[in-house]
Design a protein. Structure first.
Length: 308
């Protein structure tokens, strides 16, 4: 009886391990890169996906997972691939881990080494794929939980490289007040109404502090969401699309944006209007790049479906 039970357990264990290996195995044609451990990270693995026939990549969608997770398989997500194909973008999936277990993701503090590892890996992937433009291509930063933490710190560390970024329900941030250049990078900061109170408070405070300094950011609450992606990916794609149209030049240069080019949302009334000529720092509002994104913001805030 015991031997039979042991055999069953062993079979299940082998099966689970096989599934894990299969899930992490690179698909045919995938281009991968690994960076040696650094000061604030242990593992650093990356996978590149390019649309078929793309001549020159306009920007990179950096896919960053939750705590110590692996987003390399996210490059196979049909939604991200369709988005990348439509806009001639590259997808780069990230796998970063800490040196030791901690309640705080040290690798999210990108200025200590993990950020340079990401940029070095992107440049190497560009060389391997015969797309050297990747080495300087602007970034669209997508992530969930700790991935959003990495996104925020990357936008703070290298604002000149970032088209737009997403903070998505993470709870650990190393920079409170972002620089003026970083505040000029459009951002969406998502919170879940049913997430941990600490995450809600931290992201709300981060937003309020920097929005007072004119940050082109929007705090977006999905009232019925806990610690999940929810509607944030759909809204983020719409957000990236409209920001790219405003910022991304033919040569890859990023055009600066100003407050008055977008829309201002009342975070209490759940309404929006074109931004006034003068920014009012005494009222906590959300900045959104277009009327379409502003409508999506209202839909998420009020628990309704996002319209295209």
């Amino acid at each position: 009886m015991k031997r039979a039970l042991l055999a069953i357990i062993c079979a299940i264990t082998v099966g689970v391990h096989a599934q894990q290996r299969a899930a992490s195995a690179p698909p045919a044609g995938a281009i991968e890169e690994t960076v040696a451990p650094g000061a604030n990270f242990d593992k650093a693995d990356f996978r590149l996906w390019l649309p078929t026939g793309v001549a020159k990549v306009k920007a990179i969608v950096l896919l960053v997972p939750g705590s110590n997770g692996d987003a390399r398989n996210d490059t196979a997500d049909p939604a991200w691939q369709a988005f990348a194909t439509k806009h001639q973008l590259a997808l780069v999936g990230v796998h970063l881990t800490d040196k030791q277990q901690s309640p705080f993701e040290e690798y999210a503090d990108v200025s200590r080494g993990s950020g340079q590892a990401i940029l070095n890996a992107i440049a190497s992937l560009g060389a391997k794929s015969n797309h050297p433009e990747l080495g300087k291509a602007p970034l669209l930063l997508w992530g969930m939980s700790a991935g959003g933490e990495v996104n925020y710190e990357l936008a703070v560390w290298k604002p000149e490289r970032v088209v737009a970024f997403v903070v998505n329900k993470g709870g650990i941030y190393y920079t409170a007040l972002a620089s003026k250049a970083s505040r000029a990078v459009p951002g969406l900061l998502f919170i879940g109404g049913k997430d941990l109170e600490s995450r809600i408070d931290i992201i709300t405070g981060l937003f309020a502090l920097n929005r007072r300094g004119g940050a082109l950011w929007a705090l977006t609450e999905e009232p019925d969401a806990a610690h999940i992606v929810g509607k944030s990916k759909d809204m983020a794609m719409m957000f990236y699309e409209d920001v790219m149209a405003m910022r991304l030049g033919e040569d890859g240069a990023l055009e600066p944006l100003t407050e008055e080019r977008g829309f201002i949302a009342d975070i209490h009334a759940k309404t929006f209007a074109p931004a006034p000529a003068k920014f009012n720092a005494n009222v906590t509002s959300a900045w959104l790049p277009s009327e379409r994104v502003a409508r999506a913001w209202v839909a998420v805030e009020t628990g309704k479906p996002i319209e295209p």
